[in-house]
Design a protein around this ligand. Structure first.
Ligand SMILES: [Mg+2]
Length: 224
């Protein structure tokens, strides 16, 4: 299952975790705030924008070691392995850091693959529009839980748009209207032959192959 991650941290230089949110596509959510981060290490931006947003989720406050325990428990109750999506590599590193803590040497069950959403997806107008409408006065940007929820909304809208393109392919130019203009998927007969060949090797159909290929591209891994 997909799990969307966001963190807030002290500073871009030697970041220390302040808060962390995980939002699963089935609605499960995890949110925690450390009580023992170093306030002195916070950048001016964090002091002015991030810290005032803390303390609005009951029960979220905990120490670093308690946070590690809680994240482990949360992953272990998931029904299946998580693919963890984020838009900044630092989020992933802070999650891994939180997971391993001092007492754990291995990640919990269901701690799956990372998927770093690249710029071409997160800056797409469909993505940005869906992301931005989730924010409210109570849940503004730079609150990790609000950001993780927004990331999920943006990703879902963008995937739905991409799926339309994929359904429209194979064909020639599949995207030629409105927001879809930024996605250009032009497949020639030669391209389709290559796709079919690669799909046959994997014993999957053409549509499934294109879907997987797009997933790889979204993950910033280039083409398959
Ligand atoms: Mg954030």
């Amino acid at each position: 299952m997909l799990v969307f991650l966001d963190t807030e941290f002290t500073h871009f230089v030697r970041p220390g975790l302040i808060s962390i949110a995980l939002v699963a596509e089935d609605g499960r959510e995890f949110y925690a705030e450390r009580t023992d981060y170093h306030r002195d290490a916070c950048s001016d931006f964090v002091r002015e924008t991030v810290l005032p947003l803390l303390g609005r989720v009951p029960g979220a406050a905990c120490s670093r070691s308690e946070l590690t325990e809680r994240v482990h428990e949360w992953f272990e109750q998931l029904p299946e392995p998580a693919t963890i999506l984020y838009d900044f590599e630092g989020d992933w590193q802070l999650l891994v850091d939180a997971i391993l803590g001092r007492t754990y040497r291995s990640p919990p069950a269901n701690f799956g693959e990372p998927l770093n959403l690249d710029n071409s997806s997160i800056t797409h107008p469909v993505f940005e529009k869906a992301l931005n409408v989730t924010y409210t006065q109570d849940w503004p940007p730079h609150h990790a839980l609000a950001d993780a929820r927004a990331l999920m909304a943006g990703y879902r809208a963008w995937r739905a748009a991409l799926d339309k393109v994929i359904q429209a392919a194979p064909g020639a130019a599949a995207a030629d209207e409105g927001d879809m203009t930024q996605i250009s998927l032009k497949l020639t007969k030669g391209d389709l032959a290559k796709i079919d060949q690669a799909a046959a090797v994997r014993r999957i159909g053409r549509a499934a192959f294109i879907r997987q290929a797009c997933f790889q591209i979204i993950a910033g891994k280039g083409t398959v």
